[in-house]
Design a protein around this ligand. Structure first.
Ligand code: CA
Length: 527
């Protein structure tokens, strides 16, 4: 065993510039779409969403077919990325719109302290409040570069010129410092300009081969999907401009480019839930100087908690020198070497997922606690509070589902007494256990939890999930799940929503209705 290095030597090792015979530390460009599901990128075979830049990253690097976030909602998903810890290991940051605990540092903060030039554009960790002990904002994903504005091709898209701001960032970078940049695009987060996919991108509703069976297959829903597609394409265009800017500056070679999304599409039964379309996300990584035999496809389970340890390793840091809390994920650099494809590391054979409180609207700001495991072609879910409403309380408008033409249609079909099956799937209450064969039922509609034939697999997955969660210190496995409901909501606008709403207060909840939808507060991190 190696003797520990004296502290001074360790500090010199981690802060000194690379020696002459060592390659310089790579730049890091982390690109994260907001609310895009895994199937909707060209590299995965989708032909009604055009993503040439994502496809290039996959072609010139690695395409991962099995990347999952532990928690399919903006702030908690991003907290896992930034800390390398599972959502149930993050205290308040397990919730959406929380106060981010001061004890948790991000990889971006660590790199900032160890010689990297660090910044971000648009949405970093959000929504929520992250402040240090003296009340100053903590830039968990890097300091903001948002000044350059542009005119996007449709209403509802951000005016922030992401790629333009990346160039501003590159212009400011000291010549001898590597960079770490976070491109937090605000697409395809709602709202959308209805019909823009058809009118402005020339898409046709018949281009969509199949509407997921839990939504009605109508022109309205198909148009909603095309508008979502148009927004993904806008995110991808800025990625393309960023790759071109790096190439032009001769910096693409030693930059690791990671492209993913924080959670699944903002449609009923997807975003904010824990099904396959919710948590299974796109992932492509390129690094010309560092990835051997590009163009490979990797089928191992990759977890969002694996990004932070990857970036620390590339920066020559360990958890202690980074000043971070212990990391649960493990570095992805094993995939960069050699020529292995498909199933590479047999130990990476499952992921754990789960959630607590997302958007508000239940009594006492309660969440909807779930834990799950994905393994051997199955998704197993355990719902801990089955008397609660999974997508939010009907009284306040199912607030854990963004307002949309698809949501409105499903609620209308039920109200009119025409069809309540879609409502049941997206908004109805659920049993304590769910089990889906996601090889044949990717949309998770056929619950096998009560099938005798599947009893063995259900019990095996449940046991493994519970054992691992216990070992990871999940409070819900140790009789303390209620603490997640007790953490305050970091927004005076929405805290205690149910009680205020039911006592007659007019509480703004823009996200219920498309007409007065308000985007999530993207600058919460820097306020
Ligand atoms: Ca999101």
């Amino acid at each position: 065993m190696m003797r520990p290095l004296p502290l001074l030597a360790l500090l010199l090792f981690v802060t000194a510039p690379a020696a002459a015979d060592e390659p310089p530390r790579p730049n890091i460009l982390f690109c994260i779409a907001d609310d895009a599901s895994q199937p909707h990128f060209g590299a995965y075979g989708c032909d009604w969403v055009n993503t040439p830049a994502f496809d290039r990253v996959a072609r010139e690097g690695l395409l991962f077919t099995n990347a999952w976030t532990p928690n399919a909602k903006c702030a908690p998903s991003r907290a896992c990325i930034l800390t390398g810890r599972n959502t149930w290991q993050l205290e308040e940051a397990c919730n959406h719109q929380p106060f981010f605990p001061q004890k948790f540092r991000s990889y971006a903060q660590a790199l900032d302290e160890h010689g990297y030039f660090v910044g971000r554009t648009a949405k970093g960790w959000a929504p929520g409040v992250a402040k240090d002990a003296s009340g100053r904002p903590r830039h968990l994903a890097g300091k903001p570069f948002n000044q350059k504005q542009t005119k996007p091709p449709a209403n509802g898209m951000s005016r922030i010129d992401y790629a333009g701001n990346f160039e501003v960032f590159l212009d400011q970078k000291p010549e001898d410092a590597p960079f770490c940049f976070w491109y937090g695009g605000l697409e395809p987060h709602r709202r959308y300009e209805y019909g823009s996919g058809a009118a402005k991108a020339g898409k046709k509703i018949d281009d969509i081969p199949e509407v997921p069976a839990f939504w009605p297959d109508t022109e309205t829903v198909r148009n909603d999907m095309l508008d979502y597609a148009f927004e993904i394409e806008y995110f991808d265009q800025h990625l393309g401009r960023m790759l071109a800017a790096l190439e032009q500056r001769g910096q693409l070679e030693n930059t690791i480019v990671v492209v993913t999304s924080d959670n699944g599409m903002p449609f009923p039964r997807v975003k904010g839930q824990e099904y396959a379309l919710s948590n299974h996300l796109p992932l492509a990584i390129m690094w010309p100087a560092g990835i051997e035999n590009p163009g490979r496809t990797i089928d191992d389970f990759i977890n969002f908690i694996d990004f932070a340890p990857t970036f620390l390793e590339l920066a020559g840091l360990d958890v202690e020198s980074a000043g971070m809390q212990p990391i649960t994920g493990s570095s992805l650099t094993e995939y960069f070497r050699g020529n292995a494809e498909g199933i590479v590391n047999k130990q990476r054979d499952h992921v754990l997922i789960g959630k607590e409180r997302h958007d508000v609207g239940r009594p006492q700001d309660q969440g909807y606690p779930i834990r799950g495991i994905v393994k051997d072609g199955y998704l197993y879910l355990r719902n801990f509070e089955t008397q609660r409403w999974p997508a939010g309380d009907p009284i306040t408008g199912y607030l854990n589902c963004d307002g949309s033409p698809t949501k409105t249609l499903i609620l209308q079909l039920r109200r009119d007494g025409k069809d309540d099956s879609y409502w049941q799937q997206s908004f109805g209450k659920r049993p304590a256990e769910e089990l889906y064969d996601i090889r044949t039922d990717r949309v998770c509609l056929h619950n096998l939890a009560n099938s005798d034939e599947h009893r063995e697999i259900r019990e095996r997955l449940s046991r493994q999930m519970m054992e691992e969660l216990k070992a990871q210190g999940d409070p819900r496995m140790h009789g303390a799940g209620h603490i997640f409901d007790q953490y305050p909501v970091a927004s005076e606008r929405t805290a205690n929503y149910y009680e205020r709403f039911t006592s007659g207060e007019k509480v703004p909840a823009g996200w219920v209705n498309l007409s007065d939808y308000e985007a999530e507060p993207i600058e919460a991190e820097s306020k």
